[in-house]
Design a protein around this ligand. Structure first.
Ligand SMILES: [Ca+2]
Ligand SMILES: [Ca+2]
Ligand SMILES: [Ca+2]
Length: 162
């Protein structure tokens, strides 16, 4: 059972291993000739056609170069299922900790009360902490955290932009 950050690590590892394989000149992007060269060296049948397939799959902006972002997008897609599962688990854990009345929503007061009770915070610190969480997660600003908002938040942590 991988956590969200473990799945993210796996995605980054996949990106690195792909670069290690194909990226001859080390500029962290792949040209068609780099891919063809790799296939030729590894005795893949029809290296040119195989390269066409790879570019069709990965070169989404069709500039004939596979950028690191395009590689990452592809690796994310391959790990999508694990990522979704990890997000679901983490949202569930978060609800399990803070949703005291079990309605699948966390109100501001519920969150504050819970912090006071379980984290032994004083009321002021708890409010500040809750303020921080709600400013990050409560996108529609109704002072209630829903499952959808939590998923979006956990998912956004999972998409490192570089
Ligand atoms: Ca390169
Ligand atoms: Ca491209
Ligand atoms: Ca909300």
């Amino acid at each position: 059972m991988a956590t969200v950050s473990e799945v993210c690590q796996k995605i980054e590892d996949d990106v690195e291993s792909m670069l290690q394989k194909y990226d001859k000149d080390g500029d962290r992007s792949l040209t068609r000739s780099e891919v063809i060269e790799y296939f030729t060296q590894n005795k893949v049948k029809n290296p040119k056609i195989s390269a066409v397939m790879i570019f069709k799959l990965l070169d989404t902006d069709r500039d004939d170069t596979i950028s690191i972002n395009e590689i990452r997008k592809h690796a994310t897609k391959l790990n999508q299922k694990n990522l979704e599962d990890a997000i679901t688990r983490e949202v569930k854990q978060f609800l399990g900790r803070h949703d005291t009345n079990g309605d699948q929503k966390i109100t501001f007061d519920e969150f504050v009360e819970d912090l006071v009770k379980t984290e032994k915070m004083d009321k002021e610190t708890a409010k500040d902490t809750a303020d921080f969480f709600f400013s990050e997660i409560d996108t529609d600003k109704d002072n209630i955290l829903t499952v959808a908002e939590l998923r979006k938040y956990v998912g956004s942590l999972a998409n490192p932009q570089q």
